[in-house]
Write a protein that binds this ligand. Structure first.
Ligand code: HEC
Length: 404
């Protein structure tokens, strides 16, 4: 019952998270498009009112005429539309999902017993949880300091973007070494997503509140508030594509189980940013195909890096006698039933995860295709916690999946 309730909460939170993220990213993409599509106002009247740029659009059976003022609209209505709850809801539901799925079972979802770093390999569950939280906070602090120190007046944003790119390489490298592969991808995505939401919370919205207060009091707003809001929004837009990929990656074990996991992660981040750059420029009327082409080239490199290794002829088990169901069950008994049994004994599960039972030949036979898949792509045993050998994996792979 408890497992069922957890699963139900998981589904609801995920629903909320995906919907909020679609709404947030959709709005963010829309405003970047709007901002980049602005053209100088044509009518004398608009110019006189201080309009900075405008865009006409047709949508939903009507015509829209957007006009942007920088810090000087003559008057502000009281019912200004603000954008922040979509961002906060996305972050809060994402963190809740992370807490529910990963932090309740940190020893095999977060920890990385195979880490080459002794201190990381020996982390307890609680330590892994604390490490994950600290990692998120540190990611934001470092990113924020880079912005404040390198380009406080928004005049060195080019150098800043190089620094943020280097930071992301480091985040990818560290996360893969500290956390289990799947968690590493998720946590790197969460570092970016946390910075995105924190940009909204700590800079964009407070800056806009100051601007509105100044205008209402008849003062001239500090233009740096507006420029900083734009700087952070621009960062957010380059983060969106990579973040979504990193969040989805945990369904694709070929990404995070690769020995090149941190390089794959880095290349995905750069590919996403390059592809986003194409659309950002396209809205200003520039069709720079070099960016998406470079992005696709990086993705091809990823495809090549992540491809499963070809077997050498000598290790081909299938050439020997056919693998029997009994042999396979022996492996299940040794490596899988600690979790996949009616009453699992170990690792804190009270029922079999996702209802997957592997504690009898009948059950194993029933799930043959899934078993072969998750063993071959190293998804199972989770974090190889029961230390399945490569030889055992090859046997399962060579098994016909039938009883004879
Ligand atoms: C430490 C506990 C643990 C061990 C050991 C373990 N599993 Fe799992 N298994 C899980 C959990 C938890 C899930 C649920 C999926 C998830 O959370 O990623 C799962 C899911 C699965 C699934 C479903 C995958 C899917 O896509 O939904 C299969 C198949 C599976 N395991 C097979 C195996 C096999 C085969 C072994 C042994 C080689 C094994 N597991 C060992 C915990 C374990």
């Amino acid at each position: 019952m408890e497992a069922y309730l957890l699963e139900f909460a998981n589904l609801l939170l995920r629903w909320l998270h995906v919907i909020a993220a679609i709404a947030w990213i959709g709005e963010s993409v829309y405003f970047v498009m709007l901002d980049r599509s602005l053209r100088a106002p044509t009518s004398e009247e608009s110019k006189k009112r201080g309009v900075f740029g405008e865009m006409w659009a047709v949508h939903g059976g009507g015509f829209y005429h957007n006009q942007k003022y920088l810090t000087n609209p003559a008057e502000l209505p009281d019912d200004l539309h603000w954008s922040f709850w979509k961002s906060y809801t996305t972050w809060l539901s994402g963190f809740a999902l992370f807490a529910l799925l990963y932090m309740t079972k940190p020893t095999f979802y977060l920890a990385n017993p195979n880490s080459p770093w002794e201190w990381a390999a020996s982390m307890s569950g609680t330590e892994a949880n604390i490490a994950a939280i600290l990692f998120l906070i540190a990611g934001w602090v470092v990113y924020n300091e880079l912005c404040k120190r390198i380009s406080p007046n928004m005049d060195r944003d080019g150098i800043l973007s190089v620094a943020v790119a280097i930071m992301m390489v480091l985040v990818a490298y560290l996360s893969v070494h500290i956390f289990s592969g799947r968690a590493a991808f998720l946590i790197t995505g969460a570092v970016m997503a946390t910075s995105m939401s924190a940009n909204v919370f700590f800079w964009i919205i407070p800056g806009q509140r100051r601007m509105v207060a100044d205008l209402k009091a008849g003062r001239t707003p500090n233009p740096l508030d507006g420029k900083r809001g734009t700087q952070r929004s621009v960062h957010n837009t380059y983060f969106t594509l990579p973040v979504v990929l990193l969040m989805l990656s945990n369904h694709y074990s070929f990404t995070y189980n690769s020995p090149y996991a941190w390089i794959i992660m880095t290349l995905f981040i750069f590919a996403g940013a390059l592809i986003r750059q194409y659309f950002v420029l396209l809205h200003t009327g520039q069709n720079k195909l070099g960016y998406p082409v470079a992005g696709v080239l990086l993705i091809l490199v990823i495809g090549w890096l992540a491809a499963p290794a070809q077997k050498t002829a000598g290790s081909d088990v299938s050439a020997e006698a056919a693998v029997t169901l009994q042999q396979v069950q022996g492996i299940m008994d040794a490596r899988c039933i600690q979790c996949h049994a009616v009453s699992p004994e170990g690792y804190g599960f009270t029922t079999a995860p996702v209802g997957m039972l592997l504690d009898s030949e009948d059950q194993t036979l029933l799930h043959a295709a899934e078993v072969k898949k998750v063993v071959q792509n190293h998804y199972m045993p989770l974090g190889n916690i029961t230390q399945m050998t490569e030889e055992e994996r090859e046997l399962i792979e060579a098994w016909s999946g039938t009883a004879d």
